[in-house]
Each structure stands twice: as C-alpha cells, then as structure tokens.
Design a protein around this ligand. Structure first.
Ligand code: AMP
Ligand code: ZN
Length: 496
C-alpha cells in the first residue's frame, strides 16, 4: 500500500498533482508513485562518447531533463544519474582510426557533451558516471550471474544464458522463438544459445582491457548500466530513461542482468522511452548518414529556440527535424519574450505613475492561476509538453490583451513569475540575466530611459518655443501608444 508512505498532508498534495506516466514495462499509463516518499531516483542512458552527438541524441537529453524539472517542480527531490559510455566497440574502433587513446577520445567528447548540455540548458546531473570507473563492480556482477547459474565463460568471453532466465522478453515483449530466429543470423559458436548475449569480452590485440577472473578483457555494453544504476541509486529505483531504440536489447538485457545477479525481480519501476527525432520519417542516426550534429544546429539557431523546438512534440512521439520547425520555434520564443517585455514595461510605468487597480487586474490574476493549473494538467498527462505549450500561448495572448489596462504592479509581477516558472520547466530561461545583452526587444528600463530622453527634448523644444518639434515628439510617441499628459508637476506618460 503506497499510501502509507504519505502523511495526510503529503498525500493530498500528491493526489492534486496526480501525475501519470506511460510505462513501457506495462504498456500503460500509470499513476506515478515513487518508491521513497518525496524522492525520485532516475537513471538515463547517456551518450557513447566517440563522436559529436546528433540532434536526435539531444532530443533524448532534453526530454529527460524536462521530466526531471517537472518532477522537481512537483515537489520531489530528484537524484539524476546519466552515464557516459566510454568503452565499447565504437570507442575502440574510433580511437584506433584516430590513433589516440580511448580515454583521450572520451575526454574530448565528454567535454563536447557538457558544452551542448550547457547550451541546451540541461540541469547538471547529480552524477555522470563513466563505465570505466566501474570495472570492478561490473566484474562482481558478472561473477554473481555465473554463480547464480545464468552466465558461463568460454575462452575468456562470458555470456548471459538467456534460456536460463525465464522472465526474459518482459520489457520488449519479443516472443522467445522470434528472438531465436533473429539471433541465428549471427552465429557465434561459443554461445550455448543464439539468444545469449555477452557480459564480458576477452581482450583482442590492441584493445583497452582490464584484469578479470576470466583473463584480460572488457565489459559488454549492457553491463555498465545495471551496475551504475545500482551503485548510485540502489535497486529497485524509480525511473529509467532512454530512446526507444534501447528497449531491445539494451534495457531488456539490463533487467535480465540486474535481476539474475541481485535477485530483484523488477529492478526499475517505470521505464520511459523517448520517440525518435526523424528526417523525412526516418530515424536520425549516424549509421543512416542523415544526421545533423547538435553542434551544427546550435551554431545556426538560437539555443533557447532549439531547446523549445525539442519539446514541441510529446516525448514518445516522433519529432521531425526541419528548418520550418526551427523557425516556428524561433517565432514562438519571440512571442513569449515580447509578452515578458510587455509586462516588464507596464511594471516600470506603474512604478512611475502608481497603482490604480481595474477589472483587468482581476482578469490577469485569474488567468495566471488558470495557466498554472492547465499547464500542470497537461504535464501530469505523461509530460504532454505540446499541450503545456498551448496553455502558455493562451496565457501569452491574455497577457498581451490585458496588460495595458492592468493597474497593479503586484498582479503583473505574479503573472511574470508564473510565465517564467512554467517556461523554465521546459528549459527556457527568461530570467533577467539570460535576457541581458541579447538586444532582442526592449526591456522596461530601456523603454523608460528612451521616453525620458524624448520628454526632455520636448521640454527643451517648448522652452525654445519650437512647438512644431515638441508637438511632433508628442505625436510620434502617441503613434507608439505612449501617451503624454502635461500636469503642473511636469509631463507624465503611460502606454496605451
Ligand atoms: P547513443 O550515444 O547512441 O548511445 O545515444 C544517446 C541517447 O540518444 C540514447 O538514449 C538513444 O536512444 C538516443 N537516440 C539515438 N538516436 C535518437 C533519435 N534519432 N531520436 C531520439 N533519440 C535518439
Ligand atoms: Zn544504458
């Protein structure tokens, strides 16, 4: 009974949030209940650091960062582990091609990942473990699998014996006989069964290797995630993420390993998989040669617009990559930023002329409350970011209509805070600092100083009896919706 984890107060808060997530393991949307009260433990398969990540990989990073941000917004503490695969066939082949050490190759592309992570505004992970830091743990796990009768060694290679693990196929739901047919294409004489997969690979000449009970060698790809998930999060943990291509064999094998080694039937409660970034309906992939690197895209487009584009689709659906989609994201970002500027400008004006509340204040306060609720409703439905964005744009329209009539700065500040917070969950940073120096749109301060300067010119013109100039300044400001009123204390101004 999960409810016993919660105090009455926590429970009511939790029920209001009512998050549902699609679990690949059960093929259904389930109510999200973490294993520990108020704490979510989450592991996401990270990049293989042999090359520049493409924008499809970036989608996966952004999707899980957004999920993490929403969980934190919902009040959970999130422990977020995402790994670097720094030893596998691709790493070894590329380091040989380039004539550099595997570690050097890894350092170069870990640095590249961290640069794009920063540009995409990914929150730093709690931990970024590397496979090569956990070789001893991997050996220990492989020994346990052998000891439990599910693994065997042949000439320095160690295999997981799939038929010995009855629950195999639970995640991918590929029938065992179908699996056997597929596996027979690649015959490996060392294997007892064609479906068996490698846990430890014997050293080949020129390959990076480590001492092990089976001679020098290196881990099979799947081993690292079982080990690092357990090491940093403990088993079972709450969420495991990655792209849909990882469901089989990577995650299927991960479950089999963790379960066979550590005796835990369900090592992860929720399995979440992002859909592919596609080009003309094909998966973007290095092997297909249809990819754009994240670097190229980030060099050509505004970083925040790229981030926004990557959440314009629901994370399980495919998302097409094309110039039009990015241009739309640029426009959407502009609309949000313009709205922020409108609010900031109005706050500046109200600070000058003082508050005088009106009907619009009530309407904007109501809209600010409503957008939070409707945003949460969308995100609680398996992180429906396009729905959440649609709610943000409804709010933006309301802000644009109402702001000029709002008379209370507090209401405006609240609407600005809500807007900033909600787009922040999607990874778009609208804070003052992030906007400074971008030169795109007028901040309230900039507007104020320009208007003040024009008023000064007008006053000078009036004193010099140059009424043609002073009137034209007033008229031009009026055209820009800035109205001047002359009072006995000098001119005042307001927008609209
Ligand atoms: P890799 O570096 O190939 O291990 O991939 C890193 C992450 O990107 C994994 O979670 C993959 O499943 C994911 N991924 C790979 N290609 C795509 C794609 N075209 N669209 C979305 N995610 C992808
Ligand atoms: Zn993994």
């Amino acid at each position: 009974m999960q409810t016993t984890f919660y105090t009455e107060l926590d429970r009511s808060k939790w029920v209001v949030k009512m998050l549902k997530v699609y679990n690949t393991l059960t093929r259904s949307k389930e109510e999200f209940v973490p294993l520990e009260q108020n704490h979510v433990r989450m592991y996401v398969c990270g990049p293989t650091v042999y090359d520049y990540p493409h924008i499809g990989n970036a989608r996966s990073f952004v999707v899980f960062d957004t999920i993490r941000r929403y969980l934190e917004y919902s009040g959970y503490r999130v422990t977020y582990a995402t790994n670097f695969t720094d030893i596998d066939d691709k790493m070894i082949n590329r380091s040989n091609e380039q004539g550099i050490e595997v570690f050097e190759l890894a350092s170069k592309f870990i640095a590249e990942y961290l640069t794009i992570a920063n540009q995409l505004n990914l929150k730093p992970a709690t931990i970024n473990p590397r496979a090569t830091e956990h070789i001893d743990d991997i050996i220990e796990m492989v020994e346990l699998i052998i000891k439990n009768g599910v693994g065997y060694e042949v000439h320095g290679d160690v295999y997981f014996n799939v038929p010995a693990y009855k629950a195999y196929g639970g995640l991918s739901r590929i029938p065992m006989d179908e699996l056997a047919t597929g596996a027979r294409v690649e015959v490996d004489e060392n294997k007892k069964d064609p479906r068996d997969f490698v846990l430890w690979k014997a050293e080949k000449p020129g390959e990076l290797s480590w001492e092990s009970p089976w001679g020098r060698g290196r881990p099979g790809w799947h081993a690292e995630c079982s080990v690092m998930g357990k090491h940093y999060l403990g088993l079972p943990f709450d969420i495991h993420g990655g792209g849909q291509d990882l469901i089989f064999p990577h995650h299927e094998n991960e479950i089999a390993q963790s379960s066979a080694a550590y005796g835990i039937k369900i090592p992860v409660k929720y399995w979440l998989h992002n859909g592919f970034l596609t080009i003309d309906s094909d998966k973007m992939a290095k092997s297909e040669r249809n990819f754009s690197t994240a670097r190229e895209v980030l060099d050509n487009y505004d970083h925040q617009a790229v981030r926004l584009y990557l959440v314009t689709g629901q994370y399980r659906q495919p998302l097409d990559y094309n110039d039009k989609a990015l241009k739309q994201a640029i426009q959407s970002l502009e609309r949000i930023k313009n709205s922020v500027d409108t609010i900031r400008g109005r706050i500046t004006i109200l600070e000058r002329i003082g508050s005088r509340e009106s009907d619009a204040d009530k309407k904007l306060a109501e809209a600010s409350k409503k957008v939070r609720e409707s945003f949460e409703k969308e995100m609680n439905d398996d992180f429906n970011t396009p729905g959440a964005l649609a709610e943000i744009f409804t709010f933006v329209r309301e802000v644009n209509t109402l702001t000029k009539d709002v008379g209370g700065a507090a209401v405006l500040r609240e609407s600005l805070a809500v807007l900033t917070e909600l787009v922040g969950i999607l990874g778009v940073d609208l804070s003052d600092d992030s906007q400074a120096g971008e030169g795109d749109g007028h901040s309230g301060e900039a507007l104020e100083s320009v208007v003040e300067f024009l008023l000064e010119l007008r006053e000078n013109a009036r004193k010099a009896k140059d009424f043609e100039l002073s009137d034209s300044i007033r008229d031009r400001l009026k055209q820009a919706s800035i109205e001047i009123t002359d009072t006995k204390d000098g001119p005042t101004w307001k927008i609209g």
